[in-house]
Design a binder for this molecule. Structure first.
Ligand SMILES: Cc1cc2nc3c(=O)[nH]c(=O)nc-3n(C[C@H](O)[C@H](O)[C@H](O)COP(=O)(O)OP(=O)(O)OC[C@H]3O[C@@H](n4cnc5c(N)ncnc54)[C@H](O)[C@@H]3O)c2cc1C
Length: 430
C-alpha cells in the first residue's frame, strides 16, 4: 500500500517504521523544518537539547523495546533525581519519603496521609470509579484539604490553568502511580532515564531506518487538505503537490484533522473538536552557574509566571552543552494573550520570576535563552473522558487518527506515543 503519515513526531515515525518494515510505501509529511514534534531539539554547545524537557521511567516498556530493536539501548542512561517544591517563598527538598515527613508546610497527619496515598496508588488497578469524580475530590477524600491546598491544587492549576476543577481523578491517580513505579523496589530511590544526545537521537535513527526501507520523510511540508476520492483513494495536498494514497494516518491534534478533512461526518468532527489540549511555553536557559542542587522544582504557589524549574544538567550532567541548562515551563490556553506575546516579553517575564525564586540570579549568569511554544501540549482529561476518546479508525474508510489525547488512562508521553504509533500501524494492516 501507499501510505501517507502526517506528523514526524514519535507517533508518526513509529507507525512509519512499522509499516515500512512490512514492505509498504511510506511518505511522512512534517510541517516543521526539523523532525520530532514535541521531541524536536536544537544545538547547544556540541550537543543537542530537547526543545521541551524529557525524562523516561523504568516502566516505559514500549520505549525500551524500540531502543533495543534500533540498537540504541546502550544510549539510555539512568539517573537519580533530586526534587524540590517551592511553597511559602521557600524551596523544600521533595525527593524521598523522609523529605515528605519533614515537609513543614503540611500538618504531620497530612504528610502521612499523602505518603500513603502515593504508595497505595501503585497498587490500584481499576481506575473506572475515578473517571467520574474530579481530581480535587479524589485527593481531598484521600489526603485531606490541607494537602490539596498546599500541594496538589497549585500543581493541578499549574498544569491545567483555568481547567483545574474539570480534571478527573483518573489523571491524578495515574500520576501518583507513575511516580510510585519509577522507584522500583526501593522507595527511597527514584530512577529517571535520558537518551545520550537527547530523544532526537531516537528520532534520527527512526528516520534513517525508514529511509533505508525506501520510505520518504518530507520536512517543511505542511499538509493543507486530505480529500477522499470517488474511487476510495485519498488525496493529500501540500503547498506544492497533491499525492494519492491508499491510506492516511494523521498524528497531529484531533481538531486539526477536522479542519484538514471536510469529508468527515459532522457528529465526528464535533466530537474531535471538543477535545481540549493545553499549550506550553518552555524557556531553555544556558547558564554559567548552577541555580540549585535540584533537578525538578515544582512551583506550588501562585504569583509566578511558570510552574516548573527544571535544571536538566543536575540530572544528566553538563555533557557537551558547556553550560548549566535550566528549563522554565508554563502550561496555558492557546487563547491566553501570554501565548502569543513576543519572545522578548515572555523571556523578560520568566526571568523576573526566576529572580523571585533565586534572588542571587543575575543577567550576568545568562548565556542564551531559547523559547519554544507548543500549541498542543497536554490533553485536558475531564470527567468521563474514557467514553469520549475517538478510535484510531475514523468513520471514513482508509483514514486514521493517532494523537496524544487517545492515550488513556496513562498521560501522554514518549513511551505511549511509541505504543500508539504501533497500534495505529496494526489497525492499518488488519
Ligand atoms: C513541556 C512538555 C514536557 C514533556 N515531558 C515529557 C517527559 O518528561 N517524558 C515523556 O515521556 N514525555 C514528555 N512529554 C510528552 C511527549 O513529548 C509527547 O507525548 C510526544 O512527543 C508526542 O509525540 P506525537 O508524535 O504524538 O505528537 P507530536 O510530537 O506533537 O507530533 C505531531 C507532529 O505532527 C505535525 N503536524 C501537525 N499538523 C500537520 C500538518 N497539517 N502537516 C504536517 N505536519 C503536521 C506537527 O508539526 C508535529 O511534528 C512532554 C511534552 C511537553 C509539551
Amino acid at each position: 500500500m501507499k501510505i501517507a503519515i502526517i506528523g514526524a513526531g514519535l507517533t508518526g515515525l513509529t507507525a512509519a517504521y512499522k509499516l515500512a518494515k512490512e514492505g509498504h510505501h511510506i511518505t511522512v509529511f512534517e510541517k516543521d523544518a526539523t523532525p520530532g514534534g514535541l521531541a524536536a531539539a536544537f544545538p547547544v554547545g556540541s550537543d543537542h537539547l530537547d526543545r521541551f524537557y524529557h525524562h523516561v521511567f523504568v516502566s516505559d516498556s514500549e520505549l525500551l523495546e524500540l531502543l533495543k530493536e534500533l540498537s540504541l539501548a546502550q544510549e539510555l542512561q539512568w539517573y537519580e533525581p533530586k526534587n524540590a517544591i517551592y511553597v511559602d517563598d521557600k524551596l523544600h527538598p521533595f525527593t524521598s519519603p523522609l523529605d515528605l515527613l519533614c515537609f513543614k508546610p503540611l500538618r504531620f497527619v497530612s504528610r502521612i496521609r499523602m505518603g500513603l496515598l502515593v504508595l497505595r496508588s501503585k497498587f490500584i488497578r481499576d481506575y473506572r470509579p475515578f473517571e467520574h469524580i474530579t481530581a480535587r475530590e479524589w485527593i481531598v477524600r484521600r489526603s485531606g484539604q490541607d494537602a490539596y491546598h498546599k500541594v496538589w491544587g497549585p500543581l493541578l492549576r499549574s498544569k491545567f490553568d483555568v481547567d483545574e476543577e474539570k480534571v478527573s481523578g483518573t489523571w491524578i491517580w495515574n500520576k501518583f502511580k507513575l511516580r510510585g513505579s519509577s522507584r522500583g523496589k526501593n522507595i527511597n530511590k527514584e530512577q529517571l532515564g535520558y537518551l545520550n544526545g537527547g530523544f532526537i537521537t531516537l528520532v534520527h535513527r527512526l528516520i534513517d531506518t525508514i529511509k533505508g526501507l525506501n520510505g520518504t520523510v518530507a520536512l517543511n511540508t505542511l499538509v493543507r487538505a486530505i480529500k477522499r476520492l470517488p474511487d476510495g483513494h485519498w488525496a493529500v495536498e501540500t503547498d506544492t503537490v497533491t499525492q494519492v494514497f491508499d491510506r492516511v494516518l494523521f498524528t497531529g491534534a484531533p481538531e486539526l484533522l477536522s479542519f484538514l478533512c471536510t469529508d468527515l461526518p459532522d457528529n465526528y468532527r464535533e466530537s474531535i473538536e471538543a477535545i481540549k489540549l493545553k499549550a506550553n511555553l518552555c524557556l531553555a536557559l544556558e547558564l554559567k552557574e548552577s541555580l540549585s542542587p535540584y533537578y525538578w522544582i515544582t512551583i506550588a504557589q501562585d504569583g509566578l509566571p511558570f510552574v516548573l524549574i527544571i535544571e536538566h544538567t543536575n540530572l544528566v550532567g553538563q555533557r557537551g552543552y558547556h553550560s548549566h541548562v535550566v528549563y522554565l515551563s508554563r502550561y496555558l490556553d492557546r487563547s491566553d494573550p501570554l501565548f502569543s506575546a513576543s519572545d522578548e516579553e515572555i523571556t523578560r517575564l520568566f526571568l523576573d520570576g526566576l529572580k523571585k525564586v533565586f534572588p542571587q540570579f543575575s543577567m550576568g549568569n545568562l548565556k542564551r535563552a531559547t523559547l519554544s511554544r507548543a500549541p498542543y501540549a497536554q490533553p485536558v482529561v475531564t470527567l468521563g473522558y474514557g467514553d469520549r476518546i475517538p478510535d484510531i479508525k475514523t468513520p471514513l474508510e482508509g483514514l486514521y487518527l493517532a494523537s496524544m489525547p487517545q492515550i488513556y488512562p496513562e498521560d501522554r508521553g514518549l513511551n505511549y506515543a511509541i505504543g500508539l504509533g504501533k497500534k495505529a500501524a496494526d489497525k492499518i494492516l488488519f
